[in-house]
Design a binder for this molecule. Structure first.
Ligand code: CMP
Length: 428
């Protein structure tokens, strides 16, 4: 009996959900998308927190509020670092000391508000939603960028506890690292280092091998001639390191012919040792930048309504397979009659679909280009960007694999495609 009641309750809840007007992240009710994104019944505080999260953490590239906050923080970080450096010049400190200090205080106040706000919105983070609010906040506080943000506030504490502190300058300049948050390219380098870790580890092993070999050879050949500099292995390793790192420098010149040969080989090894990791990172960086117009982030994918119910691991997989493409207004993304090779999800911006049935506008969170992939027939409409638009591109092969692996997504996409092909009546 209870089971029957529960089943009936589920059916009623599902019907109510269907009856509710469709809403996208942009807030429009519109036929043709079929996926509900925003929980309209959230309490005002939760809505405010979600909004603050979108501005602070979501990184909506085209949203003015998010951009304004980012720019304000970037300007304050730069101003603060410049003021810190200027303050070390006695003349400037004597003349503008009070003003620079006021600027520093103002920056710290804004950074403190920023820190508290980021911690407050942490439970909205897709990766942390399953935790309790306190757990989410604690976990979020331990992320590298939040640790940097906390360090940026440390000088104030230091100053209060020990007014004259030698470490103050270093502590203040840590604030420069806050800029890492605003550099997608830096995030790319971080990811590259992680993905190329095996090759980079091989470089470290090569470097260590070259270091030890050069040090041992020099110790054997010139240890007796220059005992104060090459008399033991630690001294010889120091010599080899300076030769490898300075690429030809080093305070100590070899005095024997064999020593000079070893030094020459060490210098050449140094060039190879430094060129290898530079080439690995450089090539990866170039390919990444060429492949992606912007960096696809976890939050960006988690925000797509189609993927809203996926677990963190599946979203992380998607981050790896989705390509990014930015198109200016007026760009034809899909042309009617062409063969379909990809499906598109709108990360931000707006497109217009022009089909035999008329024109339809699709916004952030919507997708298009699925029909040709499902039916393996030519595109049924032309899709043009009407605003600067960031797209997440899912190649045909990846799309079919995804639908195979996650049948729920396949069912949703098929339902939307059916409705679009046959008109809204087909969906009922
Ligand atoms: P596809 O045929 O692959 O390429 C054009 C796309 O436009 C199509 O897939 C759909 O994703 C989209 N499209 C076509 N008709 C409509 C519609 N009525 N509403 C929304 N999108 C549509």
């Amino acid at each position: 009996m209870i089971a029957k009641l529960r089943a009936a309750k589920r059916v009623i809840a599902a019907r109510l959900r269907q009856a509710r007007p469709l809403r996208t992240a942009a807030g429009h009710g519109r036929p043709g998308n079929g996926i509900d994104t925003v929980d309209a019944e959230r309490e005002p505080r939760a809505i405010l927190r979600q909004r603050a999260y979108q501005i602070l953490e979501h990184g909506r590239r085209r949203e003015p509020a998010s951009r304004a906050v980012d720019w304000l923080l970037v300007v304050l970080v730069l101003a603060n670092v410049t003021a810190t450096v200027a303050h070390t010049v006695p003349d400037i400190a004597a003349q503008y000391g009070a003003g620079l200090q006021l600027l520093d205080r103002l920056c710290v106040l804004v950074f403190a508000i920023e820190y508290v706000a980021r911690i407050w919105v942490a439970p909205e983070h897709p990766l942390l939603r399953r935790r309790t609010p306190a757990g989410a906040r604690l976990r979020f506080a331990a992320t590298p960028m939040m640790v940097i943000d906390a360090l940026a506030l440390l000088p104030l504490l230091l100053e209060l506890l020990y007014p004259r502190n030698e470490l103050m300058l270093l502590a203040r300049l840590v604030r420069f690292l806050k800029l890492a948050r605003y550099s997608p390219a830096l995030a790319t380098i971080g990811r590259l280092i992680a993905s190329e870790r095996r090759a980079l580890l091989a470089c470290v092993i090569i470097f260590t091998g070259a270091l030890l070999a050069a040090a041992a050879a020099m110790h054997v050949v010139e240890g007796a001639v220059q005992p104060e500099r090459l008399g033991d292995m630690p001294k010889a390793i120091w010599w080899a390191a300076s030769m490898l790192a300075k690429i030809g420098g080093g305070e100590l010149s070899p005095v024997t012919t064999l020593g000079r040969i070893i030094a020459a080989i060490t210098v050449m090894l140094g060039i190879v040792c430094f060129a290898l990791p530079v080439a690995i990172i450089g090539r990866g960086f170039y390919e990444e930048i060429r492949r992606r117009d912007f960096v696809v982030t976890f939050a960006m994918v988690a925000r797509v309504p189609l993927f809203a119910r996926l677990d963190a691991a599946s979203i992380a997989d998607l981050v790896g397979i989705l390509r990014a493409r930015t198109v200016p207004p007026g760009t034809t993304i899909i042309r009617k009659g062409e063969r379909g090779d990809a499906m598109y999800l709108i990360a931000s911006g707006r497109v217009e679909v022009e089909s035999a049935a008329g024109k339809v506008v699709l916004d952030e969170g919507d997708f298009f280009g699925e029909i040709a992939l499902l039916s393996r027939e030519p595109r049924i409409a032309t899709v043009t960007a009407v605003r600067p638009t960031d797209l997440l591109v899912l190649d045909a092969d990846d799309f079919l694999r995804l639908v195979d692996r996650l049948p729920d997504i396949g069912t949703k996409v098929q339902a939307v495609a059916k409705e679009r092909k046959l008109g809204p009546a087909a969906g009922r």
